[in-house]
Design a protein around this ligand. Structure first.
Ligand SMILES: Nc1nc2c(ncn2[C@@H]2O[C@H](COP(=O)(O)OP(=O)(O)OP(=O)(O)O)[C@@H](O)[C@H]2O)c(=O)[nH]1
Ligand SMILES: [Mg+2]
Ligand SMILES: [Zn+2]
Ligand SMILES: [Zn+2]
Length: 348
């Protein structure tokens, strides 16, 4: 067996610069990191590599515990827990809670009541270190000497979490989905083995169809704080040129919770096609021109919901819109296939 990259888990090789794990021939003997990880770490220069047929099921069966990580700002989109047959073995870990403007109690109650999760779960922030001590202590109390895998959708922070827990900065982390490409293994002296794994690519997550530049804008990096908009009948709110909320009947006060780098534009529904043609990709971006072309090729789809105060429309991979006054029939336009969920708001 060859050596693996300490950052992304790829088998190191010097044959094909286009494939995962490449290191230049003069570094074959000494390199700890592949060229791709080196570039991510030192230049923030990301290259996407496709991960095919990763044996998720085999890995989950081979370990004693699966820490299933979900993204607090996209719980529905990163909720792939159903893939696992053996739920007994899963601890749910909700990461990136630092991005939410809600208390731990509010989120905790919502996970139980709205998601219906009755098993063990942790609310953490790998970035801020929140909740890590009790997570670590419980894990070591119950499972020291055992095999533990970190699994979940791409970009939820699996590698960040392991890196932070172990104080191991070799593990590669990046703002883009698809960073880890094979198993990254680390062992403790007591025999505990940690496996960081590639992310599962979720279906219907909006930023999955965008270029790395647009992804960086759409994926929230700062705490979300909604700005209030009043929308009356016939009015629309555009989240960049990616999501369009229109009021068909009634009037509502809404608060979009999305990355501050996605501009919000309020307009008349009648003007949307004109703006999509002339403004989006230009003064209203993301999407950039290239991403807009891709969206147009896929097509748009529109869904209608009856909304009232206390509910959210969550659009996987961009954020959610909270309704907190009024009621009405609204339509949501998104690129075809993007997942939309109506849910009870986290803050009641
Ligand atoms: N705000 C915030 N960002 C986080 C947190 N944890 C991770 N991130 C960020 O999320 C992005 C993805 O982190 P990774 O650790 O590479 O995610 P991953 O799940 O390993 O992703 P893949 O390897 O692609 O499956 C990076 O920009 C991290 O800095 C967190 O607790 N809060
Ligand atoms: Mg990773
Ligand atoms: Zn690597
Ligand atoms: Zn783009």
């Amino acid at each position: 067996m060859g050596r693996r990259c300490l950052g992304c888990g790829a088998l190191l090789q010097s044959d094909d610069p286009g494939r995962a794990g490449y290191v230049p021939p003069e570094k074959t003997e000494t390199a700890q990191l592949c060229q791709r990880c080196f570039r991510i770490k030192h230049y923030g220069d990301f290259k996407s590599v496709s991960v095919e047929d990763f044996p998720f099921d085999e890995i989950s069966k081979s370990v004693d515990l699966v820490c299933f990580i979900v993204d607090a700002v996209d719980i529905e989109g990163s909720w792939l827990v159903d893939r696992f047959e053996d739920v007994e073995k899963i601890w749910l870990v909700v990461n990136k809670t630092d991005l939410l403007p809600f208390s731990k109690e509010e989120l905790s109650r919502w996970v139980v009541e709205e998601i219906g999760w009755t098993r063990k779960f942790f609310l953490i922030s790998a970035r801020k270190g929140w909740g890590l001590k009790s997570f670590w202590d419980e894990m070591m109390f119950a499972l020291s000497g055992k095999r533990i895998a970190f699994m979940g959708a791409t970009n939820v922070g699996k590698s960040s979490l392991l890196s932070r827990l172990l104080g191991d900065t070799d593990i590669t982390v990046s703002p883009w989905p698809g960073t880890t490409i094979d198993v990254v293994e680390r062992s403790l002296s007591d025999g505990t083995v940690f496996l960081d794994t590639p992310g599962i690519v979720p279906e219907g997550r909006l930023y999955g169809i965008l270029c790395p530049n647009c992804q960086k804008k759409v994926i929230p990096s700062k705490k979300l704080s909604g700005k209030v908009f009043l929308l009356t009948q016939g009015r629309s709110l555009m989240l960049g040129g990616l999501v369009i909320l229109s009021v068909e009947q009634g009037s509502v006060l809404v608060k979009p919770f999305i990355s501050y780098e996605v501009p919000l534009h309020r307009t008349n529904k009648l003007r949307i096609y004109e703006i999509l043609k002339e403004g989006v990709g230009d003064w209203l971006a993301p999407p950039c021109k290239g991403c807009l072309k891709k969206v147009e090729e896929m097509g748009w789809e529109e869904k209608v919901f009856v909304m009232e105060a206390g509910k959210d429309i969550a659009v996987s991979g961009i954020g959610w819109i909270s309704f907190f006054k009024g009621e009405g029939k609204v339509s949501v336009m998104v690129p075809k296939g993007v997942r939309i969920t109506v849910r009870r708001s986290i803050r009641r």
